[in-house]
Design a protein around this ligand. Structure first.
Ligand code: UDP
Length: 323
């Protein structure tokens, strides 16, 4: 299949592109490199530099590459930042994303696969979380992704554009070649591993007074290669709808730090800080729908394996990507 991947130079996109190519698909990456890296694009893929703001350029790229499916990763994804700069999130994730949706409908693309998030739920009434829980986001990031989910439903109904939207829990880990390199790193696992690698003196724990057993936030970490596999399954013509992607196991911030110590064999100093605005206390997936309807089977469900792949990548690429 001809697959058009926005954000294919980013963290999750780069690994998905690698897996798509391994599965025999032809891939075009469309990315403005604002967050991504040129060297994170698998050399077997075509690369089109471009920005989703440019409506005509987006349509041209989709048409010229004869895209049969679009996988849309390109978006801003930081909860904390969205609480200080909501405009950035609504502008890019909603308004610029709409240019892509419009192009998909106009070019007659058959399938649209969207990176959504568990942040669309807000604090859940119960965990593990199923897809039918109410969606009440508590940060502009989650709200922007929920708005896009709603647009997808209308585009499917009105233009016949089939979609799969994946609500990711916490993406982590690395493949052999591609890993996590954000220019400003805010995510837990890479920041904790920086201490193990001697690149930072200490890491920070945002909030120790949450209603969880050790007082720190609980998240469900999922390996990016497993996320990537779900996207490949989603390209099958009969697959549609919303799917959670997580392992169904929650780990607290302190447990993640301990796992990083175990994997690296290094002592990691952590200092306690106030809560980060916008963080729900506990997010854990029920991914039964992806299991049953897509036949999705995670290969790296254990946190230890996830952290090990991340650690290996950072040891091999201490400065991340060169560009
Ligand atoms: N977190 C932390 N210290 C850090 C980075 C994150 O304590 O240096 C916490 C954060 O508050 C959240 C969890 O770790 O409760 C996961 O945060 P991350 O930014 O990795 O992912 P998110 O859940 O926001 O998508």
């Amino acid at each position: 299949m001809n697959v058009f991947v926005t954000g294919g130079a980013g963290y999750i996109g780069s690994v998905c592109v690698e897996e798509l190519l391994n599965a025999g698909h032809a891939v075009t990456v469309f990315d403005n490199l604002s967050e991504g890296h040129r060297s994170a694009v698998d050399p077997r893929a075509a690369f089109v530099p471009g920005d989703l703001r440019e409506r005509a350029a987006v349509l041209r790229a989709v048409q010229e590459t004869k895209a049969e499916a679009i996988i849309h990763f390109a978006a801003f994804a930081l909860v904390g930042e969205s609480m200080t700069n909501p405009t950035k999130y609504f502008r890019n994730n909603v308004a610029n994303g709409l240019n892509l949706l419009e192009a998909a409908a106009e070019a007659g693309v058959r399938k649209f696969v969207f990176s959504s998030t568990c942040a669309t739920y807000g604090p859940p009434d119960r965990v593990p979380m199923t897809e039918d829980l109410p969606q009440r986001p508590i940060n502009p990031y989650g709200e922007s992704k929920l708005m896009f989910e709603k647009m997808l439903q209308w585009f499917q109904q009105i233009h016949g554009l089939d979609f799969v939207a994946f609500r990711y829990f916490n993406a982590a880990g690395a493949s052999e070649r591609f890993g996590e390199h954000h220019r400003i790193e805010t995510h837990l696992i890479p920041n904790v591993l920086k201490v193990a690698l001697g690149q930072a003196p200490q890491c920070e724990i945002y909030g120790t007074d949450y209603p969880t057993p050790d007082g720190t936030c609980i998240r469900d970490y999922i390996h990016i290669a497993d996320l990537a596999q779900a996207h490949i399954l989603a390209l099958q013509p009969d697959k549609k709808g919303f799917f959670n992607l997580g392992n169904g196991e929650g780990y607290s911030v302190r447990e993640v730090i301990r796992m990083c110590e175990k994997v690296s064999g290094k002592r990691i100093t952590a200092i306690e800080k106030p809560r980060r605005p916008g963080d729900p206390p506990r997010l854990v997936a029920a991914a039964d729908r992806a299991f049953n309807e897509l036949g999705w089977r995670p290969r790296y469900p254990k946190l230890e394996d996830i952290v090990t792949t991340a650690y290996r990548w950072h040891v091999k690429h201490p400065n991340g990507y060169p560009d």
